[in-house]
Design a protein around this ligand. Structure first.
Ligand SMILES: Cc1cc2nc3c(=O)[nH]c(=O)nc-3n(C[C@H](O)[C@H](O)[C@H](O)COP(=O)(O)OP(=O)(O)OC[C@H]3O[C@@H](n4cnc5c(N)ncnc54)[C@H](O)[C@@H]3O)c2cc1C
Length: 407
């Protein structure tokens, strides 16, 4: 019997494992941290459920629909659109396809011009066909937004901060093809948070894998010819290896330099508030780029009340400035919401320097893995998203199954 080892218990590794399990194949999954889920984890803190970084589950992702048991989950949804900040106030900018009446009610205060709406309609039209997230066209999202000549104001208050929040990149350097792909997901699907936080995704996959096939708290320190060296001195033999770590560790293990500027970092702060926000729609609040250290914030318990104890409100605020301190964020939130910094009780922050990875930066890594007969899985092999993490895990499992001639 071939021995199969999966290294990495993030979404990609868990997806590969649960598929191999469903096909009756034997394997072992090795995860260096004590918990599974990688970048998708939630934790309990003083009665609040805190995700490790602000994340949403796009329900329209094909692999999400195929792999996750969404119907069994209690999902809460953001409304499609955002609160945009103009003239010192937040005003709702809503998706006309999802909230036509509210959209019409707010059409003149949203800050978008009639030409902006026409251009958005053109983009909507373009997203009707099938959209590939990756293309050979070098145009960036920033260039695309400029080329479409959206009004300066609409770019500043909505388009640029909205996509900076998705890419965690204020320069909007990801390819224009990704802009169209994500736009389509937002137009056709919903942005959801599970009742028990985003970590529910990892749990949904992990419960399908027998505990004895998972080893947590041990890391692979070296890949040798058909064997792995673990940090506890053990050697594990393999015939087939799925390397489902993040790309930084994959580069280390395959002895390749990690590319410069191939990652985007983010820091998410959580605060408790005793009163709800006046902006009561379940929308993300966007700050115009370069006008605030905060990129966006949300009252998560207005979207999903089970994330906070009764009578309390949970605020998450995300920044691209890794050095930002909680006092500064509380002051900024107080300033823009006309509250006092003392209204915000700091809970916890999550600083994630390697939140997302740049598309197309890991060709060398992929080539080396192919030469060494190692199967790579992970969002970075496609594009940064849960869709790609799940799909890369599936492709890795399918490669193993082809080798074992299993359908
Ligand atoms: C702040 C933030 C916001 C995000 N927002 C969204 C969003 O809104 N929507 C969306 O679709 N996606 C979002 N993402 C992206 C999404 O979380 C990732 O695409 C996905 O989690 C990647 O999963 P993965 O399995 O490819 O990698 P990872 O989650 O990085 O998993 C890799 C695993 O390998 C383990 N590992 C590393 N080295 C070793 C070793 N030597 N030995 C053993 N184990 C090892 C790690 O501990 C980790 O568990 C966000 C990510 C972050 C961080």
């Amino acid at each position: 019997m071939n021995s199969i080892v999966i290294v990495g218990g993030g979404i990609a590794g868990l997806q590969a494992a649960q598929i191999l399990q469903s096909k009756g194949l034997d394997f072992i999954l090795i995860e260096k941290s004590m918990s599974l889920g990688g970048r998708v984890q939630s934790e309990q803190f003083q009665g609040y459920t805190l995700d490790h970084g602000f994340q949403v589950l796009q329900t329209a992702y094909p692999e999400v629909q195929r792999s996750l048991h969404l119907s069994k989950w209690d999902l809460s949804y953001f409304q499609s659109g955002a609160y945009v900040f103009q003239e010192k106030k937040f005003k709702p900018f809503l998706n006309p396809l999802k909230s036509p009446f509210l959209f019409l009610k707010n059409i003149f205060s949203s800050g978008a011009t009639i030409f902006d709406f026409l251009k958005l309609a053109l983009i909507w039209f373009k997203t009707q066909g099938s959209i590939s997230p990756i293309s050979s066209d070098p145009e960036t999202t920033s260039e695309l937004i400029s080329r479409y000549r959206f009004s300066k104001k609409f770019q500043r208050i909505f388009l640029r901060p909205f996509f900076a929040g998705i890419f965690l990149d204020s320069q909007l350097t990801p390819p224009a093809s990704l802009f169209f792909y994500y736009m389509k997901q937002f137009l056709i699907g919903k942005a959801a948070i599970p009742k028990s936080g985003i970590g529910a995704i990892a749990l949904d996959l992990a419960v399908r894998i027998p505990k004895e096939k998972i080893r947590t708290g041990v890391s692979v320190t070296e890949i040798k010819e058909k064997s792995l060296q673990l940090n506890n001195g053990e050697t594990v033999h393999f015939d087939q290896l799925i390397l489902a770590t993040d790309p930084k560790h994959a580069c280390e293990l395959l002895k390749i330099d990690f590319p410069q500027q191939a990652h985007f970092g983010s820091k998410t702060f959580y605060f408790s508030l005793d009163k709800h926000l006046e902006t009561s729609l379940p929308l993300i609040h966007l700050m115009p780029l370069n006008s605030s250290p905060v990129l966006h914030f949300s009252c998560l318990s207005q979207v999903n009340p089970s994330l906070a104890p009764e009578g309390k409100f949970l605020i998450s605020a995300t920044s691209l400035h890794m050095e930002l301190m909680d006092e500064e964020v509380a002051q900024e939130l107080a300033r823009i919401l006309s509250l006092s910094p003392a209204d915000f009780t700091f809970l916890k922050s999550f600083s994630i320097p390697h939140s997302l990875f740049k598309v197309g930066c890991f060709n060398k890594l992929c080539q080396k893995a192919e030469v060494e007969n190692i199967i790579l899985a992970g969002d970075y092999t496609q594009f940064p998203s849960l869709q790609a993490a799940l799909s890369s895990g599936r492709l890795a499992a399918e490669k193993i199954m082809q080798g074992s001639q299993i359908d």
